[in-house]
Each structure stands twice: as structure tokens, then as C-alpha cells.
Design a protein around this ligand. Structure first.
Ligand code: NDP
Length: 278
């Protein structure tokens, strides 16, 4: 049976380390501040924003909350970002996605100064990752690297397959694995013979957004399986993109849903906030 990679425990460990760092900064008179902007009141977004603010409070990061009405215009949002970009007491700016359809997300992401782009979504942050320069990295894939490293799983030289090529997960995941000296393949909806590709993986990262799509036929015996997906099934229970019960018996390590990748995303956001003060 596989080792279960405990994202809850690893994220708690990272938060404790950050708490200590923030306490030292505070003693030196430096306060980390994150501005969190939510437009509209989408219930899922409100839960995510609430969790991020809770994590900030726990670690000792000051969070400034901007809850804007659904009808907020693009110009108004850009004006607020401009103001926060110029505030010296604000280190990080987070705009909760998705935004209402009348606001162009790309424009908003580009408006955040790269030095305050704690989500790591700005084209400059993505470009820096691509060419191996310092910059903020998207939190979910950064969290997966931490999960692997802190579980003692070697990445260098391994065959890694990432299923999914989104800007937020799949692409930065592939770049990070490459940075760690893995041999990386990215698969997507147009990939032919997906099972043949995924069965090559020593480390398989799945971010397809399809509940329980990955069954044991997709997985090589002894592989490490990282499940990024989050879904609620008919019984309101959470599940991932991987059919956990089917796959766990044949792999060497696996992340559960919940309690795997999910908690790491917030831990890495907090890490980026602490880094942003530099
Ligand atoms: P997207 O929908 O943006 O991307 C899905 C990717 O999967 C696309 O690249 C798509 O290919 C590919 N894909 C879809 N169907 C197939 C298929 N049948 N075979 C092969 N590839 C396929 O999703 P995200 O990357 O944003 O998220 C993926 C999952 O991760 C979701 O369940 C999401 O909820 C979850 N998530 C979890 C987070 C966490 O903190 N745990 C954070 C972010 C996301 P193509 O490009 O060709 O369309």
C-alpha cells in the first residue's frame, strides 16, 4: 500500500516556520502586509478568501480586506490596484479569481506590480520562472514541490508526467519539475494514447479537473501520484482527479483529497507573502 503524503501536516510545518520568521521580522520592526481583493460574493471565493485571511492571522501577517461589489468596474479595480501598488506598507496584493465577466482578468493580473504579485500569475513572474530567474511562483505547483521534497521523494532524473497545461497549475508545474532536473512530459486533452504517456511516469501530477479520471490503468506500479483536482461528488464528499481507492494500492506514494495538495496552496501563498517583504 502507498505512503500517504500528508499535505495537512506538511503545510502546518511550513506555517510554523513562517510564523517564526514573521515574529523575527516583527521584532525588527518589519510588518508583512497582504491586501486581499474580492469582487462580488461568489460563495466558493468567499471561503477561499476567508481561509487566506485566517492563515495570515495565524502567521502574524496583517491582511487588508477589500470586498468590492459585483458591479465594480474594471477602471475602479485598476485604480485600487494602482493605489496598493504605490503603498509602501503593502507587500503583497491578491485578487481572488474568478472575476465577474465584465472585468478582464489578464488586464488585472498585469496591473499588479511583479514585486507584489504573491499569486505568481503576472507574465513577468511566469517569464522569470521560465528562464530560471527569481520571482514569485504559482502557489499550487510550488506547494507540490515542497510536498515531494519534504516527503523525501527524489525529483532529479525522474520521468515526470503532468496531465493538464493550465497557466495556474500545469505549465508552472512542468517548469518547476524541469528546474528540479526531472525529465518532463506535459499531457493535455489532445494527447494521443494518454495511458501510454502517464504509465511512463515515476512521478505523475494530475490537474485535469475531471473527477476520478485517473484509474490504475494510467499508473505505473510504484509511481508517486499527486492529485491536484478538487471536486464535490453527489454525496457532497470531496474527491480528486485520481480514483484514490483504485490507484493507491499500486503506487509508492499518493496525495489524498482532501488533505493533500489543497492545504499546500495556502501555505505557499503565505510563504510568498513573507518573501514579498524582501
Ligand atoms: P483547467 O480546466 O484550467 O485545465 C485542465 C487541463 O486538463 C487542461 O490543460 C486540459 O487540456 C486538460 N484536460 C482536460 N481533460 C482532459 C483529458 N480528458 N485528458 C487529458 N487532459 C485533459 O484546470 P486547472 O489546472 O485550473 O485545475 C485542475 C484541477 O485542479 C481542478 O479540479 C481544480 O479545481 C483543481 N485545482 C486545485 C487547486 C488546489 O489548491 N488543490 C488549485 C488549482 C486548481 P486542454 O488544455 O487541451 O484543454
Amino acid at each position: 500500500m502507498a505512503n500517504i503524503i500528508d499535505g495537512k501536516a506538511i503545510s502546518a510545518q511550513i506555517k510554523e516556520e513562517l510564523k517564526e520568521k514573521v515574529a523575527v521580522m516583527e521584532a525588527e520592526g518589519r510588518q508583512v502586509t497582504l491586501a486581499v481583493i474580492q469582487v462580488g460574493s461568489d460563495p466558493a471565493s468567499s471561503v477561499y478568501v476567508g481561509n487566506k485571511k485566517k492563515a495570515c492571522a495565524y502567521i502574524g501577517i496583517r491582511s487588508l480586506s477589500y470586498e468590492l461589489e459585483e458591479k465594480t468596474t474594471e477602471e475602479e479595480l485598476l485604480a485600487l490596484i494602482g493605489e496598493l501598488n504605490n503603498r509602501e506598507d503593502v507587500n503583497g496584493i491578491l485578487v481572488q479569481l474568478p472575476l465577474p465577466s465584465h472585468i478582464e482578468e489578464d488586464k488585472i493580473i498585469k496591473a499588479i506590480r511583479p514585486e507584489k504579485d504573491v499569486d505568481g500569475f503576472h507574465p513577468q513572474s511566469v517569464g522569470a520562472l521560465c528562464i530560471g530567474q527569481p520571482g514569485f511562483v504559482s502557489c499550487t505547483p510550488a506547494g507540490i514541490i515542497q510536498l515531494l521534497k519534504r516527503s523525501g521523494i527524489e525529483i532529479a532524473g525522474k520521468e515526470c508526467v503532468v496531465v493538464g497545461r493550465s497557466n495556474i497549475v500545469g505549465k508552472p508545474m512542468a517548469l518547476l519539475l524541469l528546474r528540479e532536473n526531472a525529465t518532463v512530459t506535459v499531457a493535455h486533452s489532445k494527447t494521443k494514447d494518454l495511458k501510454d504517456v502517464t504509465r511512463r511516469a515515476d512521478i505523475l501530477v494530475v490537474a485535469v479537473g475531471r473527477p476520478k479520471m485517473i484509474t490504475k490503468e494510467y499508473v505505473k506500479e510504484g509511481a508517486v501520484v499527486i492529485d491536484v483536482g478538487i471536486h464535490r461528488n453527489a454525496e457532497n464528499k470531496l474527491c480528486g482527479d485520481v480514483d484514490y481507492d483504485d490507484v493507491a494500492p499500486i503506487c509508492s506514494a499518493i496525495t489524498p483529497v482532501p488533505g493533500g495538495v489543497g492545504p499546500m496552496t495556502i501555505a505557499m501563498l503565505m510563504n510568498n507573502c513573507v518573501e514579498s517583504i524582501k
